[in-house]
Write a protein that binds this ligand. Structure first.
Ligand SMILES: Cc1cc2nc3c(=O)[nH]c(=O)nc-3n(C[C@H](O)[C@H](O)[C@H](O)COP(=O)(O)OP(=O)(O)OC[C@H]3O[C@@H](n4cnc5c(N)ncnc54)[C@H](O)[C@@H]3O)c2cc1C
Length: 233
């Protein structure tokens, strides 16, 4: 056997031995009794103060109607709530609902891409849709996200809420929320509204004031159910 063949064989064996197996992070929400007595952490598994958060319960709405009902019931019962995502990628304690009795509203099942409009260059998605889904669906229509943040597992709800960004000088720059044209958000309300209200905020309203407020809202103004935003050709 030639010496070059021996070297290639050795490198191949070394590569096989050191092969990397990649798998997504664990579910950040864990409950001891079905969907009650829960904890939430981030994708690293611990918050910066070396703790994890407790929550009384987690709910998994799969439609906006279910989300409205969950927010209304929690509001009526004076319960604190926070939106949680598939991998909870933020390092700080953003998704903690405060106290042991709080409610986590997971967007895991709000995971559908509803429409790609190639002519208008817009995409309509539920808030738990991941960056990976958006990139794939946009590509099917010959469109792309030149400003995309770095990891496929983050959700549109989470990345917009924190102002997550990629890197580009094109168009409006690299922050995804700058491209939002319509956001539907479900917020607590009074008994006259049945304890929950859906607001549809668009670019044309009040000089964008309401849309701008919700664009980077860290989950404190309600749970976003749906986003429409521009993508690039
Ligand atoms: C190691 C590391 C590196 C990172 N690098 C980058 C980077 O290079 N570029 C970048 O831009 N970002 C980066 N980030 C930040 C990451 O993009 C953000 O933390 C992003 O918010 C994570 O999205 P998520 O879907 O996991 O949301 P989460 O972290 O689960 O949630 C973030 C916030 O959004 C709220 N939220 C989520 N969904 C909704 C909803 N439907 N309605 C209302 N509120 C909601 C949550 O309540 C929470 O307050 C990094 C994070 C980590 C841990």
């Amino acid at each position: 056997m030639k010496s070059s063949h021996v070297i290639i064989l050795v490198i191949t064996i070394l590569c096989m031995n050191n092969g990397v197996i990649s798998s997504p992070p664990e579910d950040p929400v864990k409950c001891t009794s079905k969907n009650t007595n829960c904890t939430i952490t981030n994708s690293i598994g611990i918050f910066p103060d070396r703790s994890i958060c407790e929550a009384g319960e987690v709910k998994y709405p799969s439609t906006e109607e279910e989300l409205i009902s969950i927010v209304a019931t929690a509001t009526k019962n004076n319960r604190k709530m926070k939106a949680a995502t598939r991998y909870s990628h933020s390092i700080p304690k953003l998704a903690c609902p405060d106290g042991k009795d709080g409610l986590l509203i997971s967007t895991n099942n709000l995971n559908k891409v509803l429409r790609v409009d190639a002519e208008a260059r817009t995409i309509t998605v539920e808030s738990g849709v991941t960056l990976r889904q958006i990139i794939a669906e946009a590509a099917e229509a010959g469109l792309a996200l030149p400003y995309t943040p770095y990891w496929w597992g983050i959700t549109i709800g989470g990345l917009m809420a924190t102002g997550a960004h990629g890197s580009t000088l094109w168009d409006k720059g690299s922050a995804v929320h700058e491209y939002a044209t319509e956001i539907r958000i479900v917020s607590p309300s009074g008994p006259e509204d049945g304890y929950a209200k859906v607001r549809v905020l668009t670019e044309s309203d009040d000089d964008n004031q309401h849309l701008n407020a919700v664009r980077v809202s860290l989950g404190v103004l309600g749970v976003i159910s749906r986003h429409v935003f521009y993508i690039s050709s």
